[in-house]
Ligand binder design. Structure first.
Ligand SMILES: C[S@@+](CC[C@H](N)C(=O)[O-])C[C@H]1O[C@@H](n2cnc3c(N)ncnc32)[C@H](O)[C@@H]1O
Length: 193
């Protein structure tokens, strides 16, 4: 089945958790992985894998199965991902449990987090718990956290809250130009520890 249709089906089933009607565009995906160089001692953690729009790009730079861990909540999408990316470690699970999922995975230290979660439409408490998990990885040092925020939601309280949470700990974000070739247009935001 077409990736757009799979994604739309997931959105219709659970709009708040999926948070968008279309997967990320190649332009946004490329921006999300720019400068990321995963290896077994600096693995990449992808949160909210969806249909794998960014994973397709990550796959080209991930050298082996010890350098990538993906977490996706939706059962059907996780099933599809396991079929489409048999060489990558993708877990059906909740990003609120990222730390323990990583501990159980046998994957090495996380050196970058590519986060595609729709914080704007997630319940506050869930967003907060996920940020605490992100912070645990960042606190280990030498870790990059990158996410995207849609332009129309950039000043929504939960989007501001995420930026404030990160700014207090890791300084001002590196913000990309607006990526207009994405529906809807988005910025990427990057912090380093
Ligand atoms: C906006 S989509 C992004 C999908 C894909 N990475 C992309 O860029 O096209 C967000 C994804 O996060 C997943 N998601 C939402 N809440 C989650 C959670 N608590 N833990 C893991 N995945 C979650 C949704 O099921 C959805 O696939």
């Amino acid at each position: 089945m077409n990736e757009n249709i799979e994604f739309l089906q997931a959105f219709l089933k659970n709009p708040g958790k999926v948070g968008s009607i279309k997967p990320s565009s190649p332009e946004l995906a490329q921006k999300m992985i720019d400068g990321i160089t995963p290896n077994a001692s600096s693995a990449v953690l992808e949160l909210g894998v969806g249909t794998g729009a960014i994973t397709k790009f990550l796959q080209n730079i991930v050298p082996d199965e010890h350098s990538y861990l993906g977490i996706e909540l939706d059962r059907d999408l996780a099933h599809l991902l396991k079929r489409n990316f048999p060489d990558l470690s993708i877990v059906r699970g909740n990003a609120v449990d990222s730390w323990s999922i990583h501990q159980r995975s046998g994957i090495g230290r996380i050196g970058s987090i590519i986060c595609c979660l729709p914080f704007v439409s997630l319940p506050n408490e869930v967003g907060e718990r996920i940020l605490q998990q992100v912070d645990r990885f960042m606190q280990e040092g030498d870790c990059t956290f990158r996410t995207f925020q849609y332009a129309h939601g950039y000043y929504f309280p939960s989007a501001i809250k995420l930026r404030e949470f990160m700014r207090k700990r890791y300084g001002k974000a590196r913000k990309s130009q607006l990526i207009v070739k994405n529906v809807p247009p988005a910025y990427t935001l990057t912090w380093n520890s």
